[in-house]
Design a protein around this ligand. Structure first.
Ligand code: SAM
Length: 309
């Protein structure tokens, strides 16, 4: 979060800086929690934040699990944050620079948890976009699938999974499938998520996999292979429309969350609409560790950046 971005008039961006969060996404998790209270459970011990950089969700998790808690509670709590990008340290969070689609990552998380399962897994994953809409949608779906696969291998029964999704064409199918693994699946849109974006979050409560089903993390699996032996009626995952049994579809309820009085995330505000200190420009909470544009900046500073013709 820089100082001169045009986003500076987005109030959540501003509030994130004021409250010390590395990204405005922190408010999405906070507003989801205001609705579902999954982080207010005092029994939460092991938590995984997938696709976590720069780390605002991990900051929220760290505060929720470690502020105002007893030493005994703190000793049994662990948060692991995973991202392809390096992350600057966050209190009480173990950061792993790793790919969530790789089986070794699952092994490393389990090692940190002493082979105990997690109570809560969240994923705010977003791949780099290419601008080719179909390809971007496909890669995003693959990332959600990988997050789900990893989650099913690591989440304890009764646990919660929260993940970012984009409400594309096939999203009903995902809700249906999740309904076979969790007691309750809700699609939620926090007020801080821009209304103009297809972004939303699936909140999956009460992990309850079928007893004969073995979760596996394998990126080469098709969705059908992943859900095989899940007692899931084959017709549900058939892509032949005539095979679709309408009465078997599970539709996830859609919910908007966050205070209705809160700021409109699609609006921009003038800084001088706000009196006092808030008019001051604020420094970024955390400078990027190793941004992809680092080399370009170095070249620019040394006057060596040229535009390809
Ligand atoms: N929740 C974060 C926060 O609050 O600061 C923001 C997450 S950002 C929107 C999406 C992240 O997904 C990026 O940092 C990206 O590196 C990460 N990502 C994408 N694909 C990944 C993968 N295969 N493994 C791990 N991280 C991945």
């Amino acid at each position: 979060m820089g100082k001169s971005s045009k986003d500076k008039r987005d109030l959540y961006y501003r509030k994130a800086k004021e409250q010390g969060y590395r990204a405005r996404s922190a408010f999405k998790l906070l507003q989801l929690n205001d609705q579902f209270h999954f982080l207010d459970d005092t029994n939460l011990k092991r938590v995984v934040d997938l696709c976590a950089a720069p780390g605002s969700w991990s900051q929220v998790l760290s505060k929720k699990l470690f502020n105002d808690t007893t030493l005994e509670q703190q000793n049994e709590r662990k948060i692991v944050a995973v991202d392809l990008q390096p992350m600057s340290p966050i209190d009480h969070v173990v950061t792993l620079q790793a790919d969530i689609t790789h089986p070794k990552t699952l092994k490393r998380i389990l090692e940190i948890f002493g082979n105990e399962k997690a109570d809560f897994v969240c994923s705010d994953g977003a791949p780099d976009v290419t601008g080719l809409h179909d390809l971007d949608e496909y890669v995003q779906q693959q990332l959600i699938m990988s997050a789900l696969q990893l989650t099913t291998c690591i989440l304890k029964e009764g646990g919660t999974f929260v993940a970012k999704i984009f409400r594309g064409r096939d999203i009903d199918m995902l809700y249906s499938q999740l309904g076979y693994l969790f007691e309750n699946v809700v699609c939620a849109k926090p007020k801080s998520s821009r209304g103009t974006s297809l972004e939303a979050f699936i909140v999956c409560l009460g992990y309850k996999p079928p007893s004969n089903w073995k979760p596996r993390l394998d990126v080469d699996f098709s969705v059908e292979e992943f859900f095989s032996t899940c007692n899931l009626n084959k017709l549900q995952i058939s892509d032949k429309l005539q095979d679709w049994h309408e009465e078997e579809r599970k539709i996830a309820p859609f919910m908007s969350c966050g205070d209705l009085q809160s700021f409109d995330s699609d609006a921009t505000y003038r800084l001088d609409d706000f009196k006092g200190d808030s008019i001051l420009s604020l420094d970024p909470v955390q400078s990027p560790t190793n941004p992809p544009y680092k080399k370009a900046l170095e070249l620019k500073r040394s006057g060596k950046l040229t535009r390809a013709i």
